[in-house]
Design a protein around this ligand. Structure first.
Ligand SMILES: [Zn+2]
Ligand SMILES: [Zn+2]
Length: 272
């Protein structure tokens, strides 16, 4: 999960997302609209009898904030909480498993704030069952899956990998730029993502306010997507002053046609 605003638990319930499936929570920064839901969510996990650890990635004070709330409610969680602090300003890998890498990178906001890039690792080729010889061994299948060619014991090439496999599915990427002003130094971290989420708090009428509050306009978000060569742009974090969001979408699409409004309950799938 990325960021955890006040209404998170209610929305998880409404959209039937199982709370216990959440193991990793990435927090961009410590403005309340990005983390006020965390203690509530953790308390519910505790009440539901969670025992598996929870991993939280965010600025250092988050541990102090959570610990203090737990202390004064005399709550001892049934599960361990592991923190990974994101305070260094440079980009680095903060999570990695067999399938996925997550990197954080600096944004340009009023307080310390990081973005996150999620990237699938290169996938294995798929076995082309129609081409596999009858007596083919299991160990050779494993070799094919790792992308290797097949040799006989004397070292002669029997099959090249691509003769017996289909190309792997593509590796997808997603970057999340929560609160930030327009800053081209971020481009290096979000280049060529399939889907870019970028805040678009204001439209052009509030460009100066965007600058002074360290936020972006829709047009600036779209410019970032264009310059980063992203496939698609998701806009969000709209100021409450915009009852209708058409203006936000219009201004973004004027620069980058593959722009979309992130709205509550929407699902955006990235094709493999
Ligand atoms: Zn903020
Ligand atoms: Zn915010």
């Amino acid at each position: 999960m990325i960021d955890c605003g006040e209404g998170t638990q209610l929305r998880l319930g409404k959209y039937k997302v199982k709370i216990n499936r959440i193991d990793h929570i990435f927090l961009s920064h410590l403005h309340g609209d990005h983390y006020f839901g965390l203690i509530g969510l953790m308390s519910t996990m505790h009440l539901f009898g969670r025992t598996k650890p929870l991993y939280i990635y965010g600025p250092t004070p988050i541990k102090e904030i959570i610990d203090l709330q737990l202390k004064h409610s005399q709550t001892e969680l049934n599960f361990d909480v592991h923190y990974f602090f994101t305070d260094q300003t440079e980009s680095e890998i903060i999570f990695e498993n067999r399938d996925l890498i997550v990197k954080k990178f600096p944004l340009n906001h009023r307080i310390f704030c990081t973005g996150f890039r999620f990237e699938e690792k290169p996938k294995n080729p798929k076995i082309n069952k129609e081409k596999i010889p009858q007596d083919f061994s299991l160990s050779n299948i494993h070799k094919l899956k790792k992308g290797e060619d097949i040799y006989d014991e004397a070292g002669n090439l029997l099959f090249r990998n691509e003769e017996l496999t289909l190309p792997p599915k593509r590796s997808r990427s997603y970057a999340y730029c929560s609160d930030t002003k327009y800053d081209e130094s971020i481009l290096a971290y979000i280049s060529k993502v399939d889907l870019l989420y970028h805040e678009a708090t204001f439209a052009n009428d509030m460009k100066e306010r965007a600058e002074s509050t360290f936020h972006s306009t829709a047009e600036q978000a779209a410019r970032m997507a264009l310059k980063a060569k992203a496939e698609k742009l998701l806009l969000g974090h709209y100021s409450v002053r915009y009852r209708e969001l058409d203006i936000i979408l219009e201004e973004a699409r004027h620069i980058f046609s593959e722009s979309f409004l992130a709205m509550e309950g929407n699902i955006f799938e990235i094709e493999e």
